[in-house]
Design a protein around this ligand. Structure first.
Ligand code: FAD
Length: 350
C-alpha cells in the first residue's frame, strides 16, 4: 500500500468503523482503516433494529430518527456494494403474563406508538412448532441488518481501494509529526478510535464510562421457515438459508469472551420453552464482548487534539450507528456541537 496522507485514519472496522468510514468518504474526506480481521461483536450480532423494547415495550431512544437514517443509509450501501444485508422484519413478541398484556394494551394505544404496534399474531403466521400457550403480538417496522455481510462486502471494497491495513494497532507506535499523526509511516490529519470493547486497552481512551457486557448466541439448523423475528425469552432470527440465529444470553460478569456451557444451555432451554419438536442441531456457538456504556449512550468526540472516539454503540449498534455517524461527521465538518448525551467531553473521568 502507498504511504500517503489521509484526512482520517480509523482504528477498527466493526460496524462503527465501517459506517463512519462511509460517511467520512461521502463528506469528501480520504479515510483509511486499520483492522486485523477475525471475529468481532458486529460479526456475530443478530443486527435487529427493534422499535419497542424491554418489559414495558418502550420506544427506543430517538427511534423515529434512527430508523429514518438507517432506511436511507443501508439500502444505499446495498446498492453501492451490490450485496443484500438489510431486511424489514416484523418482530413477534410473546406476552407471557397478564402484566405484559396490560402493558402492551396501554403502550399500543399511545399515538406515537401507532406506526409500530401491530395486532395479535394469528396461528397461520407463526412458524411451525412455536408453542401457542401464550399470545404473540407483532411489532411493526422492525428491521434486520446482516452486519457480517455488510462488513465483508465493505472490507473487500476497502481492499480494492488500498484503504485498509490488516493489522492490529500498537498504540505506542503513534507519533506526532508536525500537523499529522504518524502511525508507522502512515500520515493522518486525524485519527478516530472505533475498537468496540477493545477500547479498554487504548491508553488514549482512559476514563470513558464503559461498562462492558458479554453476549452469547448460537446458530442452529432451521426447524421451520422463519420470516419474522420471534421473541420470548430469547430471539429466534432468520440467518443463512436453512439456519436460525438464537440468542442472546447476556452476562455482566465473565472470565473470557468465549462461549460457555452456561450461556449455551440458557439459550437452548429458552428455545425449548418456545418451540416444540426435536431439538435443532447446533451449527455454531458464538460469544463476544459488547461495547456497552454505563448510561447506555454512544461515546463520541475528541479525546486529545486530533484524536477522536466513535464507540459505545452497546446493544443497539444497528440502529444507532448511521444516525450518529452523520451527526459526528457534521460536527467534524462544520463544528456543529455534539448532542450533550453523547459528547465524551463531560463524560470522561481521568
Ligand atoms: C450476541 C449479540 C447480539 C447482538 N444483537 C444486536 C442486535 O440485535 N441489534 C443491535 O443493534 N446490536 C446487537 N448487538 C450489539 C452490536 O453487535 C454492537 O452494537 C456493534 O456490533 C458494535 O460495533 P463496534 O464496531 O463498535 O464494535 P466491534 O464489532 O467489536 O468492532 C471493533 C473492531 O475493532 C477492531 N479492533 C479492536 N482493537 C483493534 C486494534 N488495536 N487495532 C485495530 N483494530 C482493532 C476489531 O477487530 C473489530 O473489528 C449484539 C451483540 C452481541 C454480542
Amino acid at each position: 500500500m502507498k504511504k500517503e496522507i489521509w484526512d482520517f485514519g480509523i482504528v477498527g472496522q466493526g460496524l462503527a468503523g465501517t459506517v463512519l468510514h462511509a460517511y467520512l468518504e461521502r463528506a469528501g474526506y480520504r479515510t483509511c482503516v486499520w483492522d486485523p480481521g477475525g471475529v468481532s461483536c458486529s460479526a456475530i450480532s443478530s443486527g435487529i433494529l427493534n422499535p419497542l423494547t424491554g418489559r414495558k415495550y418502550v420506544k427506543s431512544w430517538l427511534f423515529d430518527d434512527l430508523l429514518a437514517e438507517a432506511k436511507s443509509f443501508y439500502p444505499r450501501m446495498e446498492r453501492e456494494l451490490a450485496t443484500r444485508f438489510f431486511y424489514e422484519r416484523p418482530i413477534f413478541r410473546a406476552l407471557p403474563d397478564r402484566r405484559a398484556e396490560n402493558e402492551w394494551d396501554y403502550r399500543s394505544s399511545l399515538p406515537d406508538y401507532l406506526p409500530y404496534a401491530g395486532g395479535e399474531v394469528s396461528k397461520d403466521m407463526m412458524p411451525d412448532g412455536l408453542r401457542s400457550s401464550v399470545p404473540y403480538i407483532s411489532i411493526l417496522q422492525g428491521h434486520q441488518l446482516r452486519i457480517n455481510r455488510l462488513l465483508e462486502a465493505y472490507r473487500k471494497d476497502l481492499r480494492g481501494k488500498h484503504a485498509i491495513f490488516t493489522e492490529k494497532w500498537n498504540y505506542d507506535a503513534l507519533k506526532k509529526d508536525g500537523e499529522y499523526w504518524n502511525y508507522k509511516g502512515v500520515l493522518c490529519r486525524r485519527i478516530v478510535f472505533c475498537e468496540g470493547a477493545a477500547a479498554l486497552k487504548n491508553p488514549f481512551l482512559k476514563g470513558l464510562p464503559f461498562n462492558l457486557s458479554k453476549g452469547e448466541a448460537m446458530v442452529v439448523r432451521a426447524p421451520a421457515e422463519l420470516s419474522a423475528v420471534v421473541k420470548r425469552r430469547i430471539f429466534s432470527v432468520p440467518w443463512e438459508k436453512g439456519q436460525w440465529w438464537l440468542g442472546a444470553a447476556n452476562f455482566w460478569n465473565y472470565d473470557h469472551g468465549q462461549p460457555t456451557d452456561l450461556g449455551q444451555e440458557r439459550i437452548m432451554s429458552a428455545y425449548q420453552q418456545m418451540y416444540s419438536g426435536a431439538v435443532a442441531p447446533v451449527i455454531e456457538n458464538y460469544a463476544a464482548i459488547k461495547p456497552t456504556v454505563r448510561d447506555r449512550k454512544p461515546l463520541l468526540g475528541q479525546v486529545e487534539p486530533g484524536l477522536f472516539v466513535f464507540n459505545g454503540m452497546g446493544t443497539k449498534g444497528a440502529s444507532l450507528t448511521p444516525y450518529f455517524a452523520r451527526h459526528f461527521v457534521s460536527h467534524l465538518r462544520t463544528g456543529e456541537p455534539l448532542r450533550g448525551e453523547v459528547d465524551v467531553k463531560s463524560r470522561m473521568h481521568r
